[in-house]
Design a protein around this ligand. Sequence first.
Ligand SMILES: C[S@@+](CC[C@H](N)C(=O)[O-])C[C@H]1O[C@@H](n2cnc3c(N)ncnc32)[C@H](O)[C@@H]1O
Length: 454
Amino acid sequence: MEDSPPSQQQRDAIPVESFEREKLSSVANVVGLQIKPQDISSALKVLKNFLLNQARQPNVVDATNGEANRSKILLLSPEHVKSSVLEELPDACRGFVKEKDGKLVHYTLQHSYSHFTYDEALKKLLPQDVEVPSSFETIGHVAHLNLRENQEAYRLIIAQVMVDKYSAIKTVVNKLGNITNEFRVFQMEVLADKITNQSVPRLVKEGDAALVGDVSCGQTCDRDPKETCVKQSGCIFKMNFGEVYWNSRLDGEHKRLVASFSSDDEVWDMFAGIGPFSVPAAKHHSCQVYANDLNPRSKFYLEENCRLNKVDALVHTSCMCARAFLASRVSQCSEKAPRGKGKLHCIMNLPASAPVKCREEFMDAFREKFDPAIWKPEDLPLVHLYAFHKSDDAAICEQEIMRRAESSLGCRIPNVRDVAPKKLMLCCSFRLPAEAAYMREEGERDHKRAKVEG
Ligand SMILES: C[S@@+](CC[C@H](N)C(=O)[O-])C[C@H]1O[C@@H](n2cnc3c(N)ncnc32)[C@H](O)[C@@H]1O
């Protein structure tokens, strides 16, 4: 993927070179107890309440006065031990020092950038009114920030400290604006890149996924810092975070739905992404899965993930509009519904602008597609329809999504089996009503419509 020339916003970033790590250096003087190495373990026990106990600073250090081989220094807390005068020591210390023939010495603590945590370093580096970004999502080695306006100017420094302080993070990206494209991929800027060490910031343009050369032939980009791997539901998922949809917070929902499947079930994953429902359904229940996504890069990683998780024989992939996918699945079942003892699950996970999108573009895709000679009512799919919460009240959300689904299907949905009101979104599961699903004659259809609309 080509990165574009710097934008105005990029020029406004305070350069990372202006971040002088040495400026964070400081020194502090403390008192230490110099004793023989063999007395250290008993000293640690006896003086446990008087130790320095400072993060990333060992309590025991080598003696500095040329006696490193013969003695060690146990660093003491300045709160309890203010001077090296033996008589001023707390009683418990004094007795021990005398008994072990120890010596109180001054010790200079050098504090540098390497001693600070992410939080401590940024608190020192950022102006007081700029908050240290504390909640960020990590997707494998990629950290995904969603910076506030007043943090933007410091984003390169924030990202640099992040990769310096968290060894697992190699790439930092910042989300720019809201998702507006159909692949649910947001525009982002690469702020730190320890994979290729190319210059930052680099803008990754919205829609680039669709524009990358011949994406259909599919290539992994070993040197793309946004390509990463995560583990979820006992499976490995590889993806390029700049090209496909992924949200780690949906982990629980992926697991919940897949746990409701059984080995005889078949799954039609209409908006499959890189496979967080499809791959575990095949891996954990050996379900036959048909997984579809319109984004060619999602399909590419979906196939890669099927191979990585050894379920490529069970997961059949496609890259088309969900509407065409559904029509093609139904037409391929021209002799028999795909149901032995199991159920047929249709996952509709495109909650972005849903339920509007599902209603207007997708739920009606089920209408009158199923031949009653092939599909018994109990063979019809169990639909799992996702929508974002539009209200804090889950019951209101459920009513709203079902009302829209019904209006799109043109009939009532009598049995909503299950509603999973997760924090992020809502999943309504219901059997597709025969009334909407079955093919019908022209006259019958008009009569039905009049009845529903009435
Ligand atoms: C919200 S994501 C969900 C992906 C996956 N199910 C997950 O949980 O990570 C929706 C997916 O639908 C795909 N998509 C968008 N419009 C589509 C369409 N008309 N037909 C099929 N897939 C579509 C996007 O590329 C995206 O991967």
